[in-house]
Design a protein around this ligand. Structure first.
Ligand code: CL4
Ligand code: MG
Length: 215
């Protein structure tokens, strides 16, 4: 049977990127997705906004929802100082297997904890299982209708505290209207929209950064 798109993305990394060089992994995926096959990575344009937010927050613990092939996991992990880590949740076992290899190729496995499972099942266990107090940064890039319920679940579990930054992909395309309405109207969040484009296209999309102000 034909290979899957994530398998073809991994092949492009293995052919074009240098082991232990995260930037070459990022470049290889962006080149493949721009010139061969589109895929739902955050991409280079929104990726540099992600980079600037990660650098600004300089987080110790990051949560990523929706690993897919690990492209944004590598983007985030490459900017983390020693001792910091990103926990990334992915419930599709095939995607998780590809992501593990992409993350390994980039040499960042020590900064990444890939958890194979659904956000709704795992978020309530984060404190107990990973010893997380609260997340400094949460990157939302999974099913768009899960952004709001998972944000509320993170609040309920005390995993979002004063200063926690939520960064959401695709708030315009495909769009997350209920999430946007919530973070933009809640007195407990300070929200900012970074206008950009849907990965590898000219369509509008953007990232919404929301800082939790505390209760
Ligand atoms: N509750 C959950 N727990 C764990 N993993 C979960 C999950 N829900 C989804 N996932 C995983 O997260 C990824 C889904 C991303 C949806 N993005 C998208 O649908 C998407 C679409 C476009 N687009 O259509 O242009 C552009 C984009 O940048 C996009 O992120 C997949 O790898 C999926 O297996
Ligand atoms: Mg996305």
């Amino acid at each position: 049977t034909r290979t899957s798109r994530p398998q073809r993305i991994l092949k492009a990394v293995q052919r074009k990127a240098t082991v232990g060089d995260p930037q070459s992994v990022i470049t290889a995926i962006d080149h493949f997705c721009r010139h061969r096959e589109w895929a739902m990575n955050v991409g280079d344009e929104k990726g540099s906004i992600l980079d600037s937010v990660v650098s600004e927050v300089s987080p110790v613990t990051v949560l990523e929802l929706g690993t897919y092939c690990g492209y944004s996991t590598v983007r985030i992990a490459r900017l983390l100082p020693p001792g910091a880590c990103v926990i990334t949740l992915e419930f599709n076992p095939d995607y998780a297997a590809i992501a593990r290899q992409v993350i390994k190729w980039s040499g960042l496995e020590d900064k990444v904890q890939l958890v194979e499972g659904a956000s709704g099942d795992w978020i309530p266990w984060m404190k107990e299982h990973f010893g997380v107090q609260a997340f400094d940064l949460v990157f939302l890039d999974h099913w768009k209708e899960r952004y709001l319920p998972d944000t509320k679940l993170l609040e309920e579990c005390g995993l979002i505290q004063k200063g926690t930054v939520l960064l959401a992909d695709n708030v315009i395309c495909p769009g997350t209207p209920d999430y946007l309405e919530y973070v933009r109207n809640s007195p407990r969040y300070n929200s900012h929209y970074y206008r950009s484009h849907l990965e590898y296209t000219k369509a509008e999309d953007g990232l919404e950064k929301s800082v939790f102000l505390g209760y």
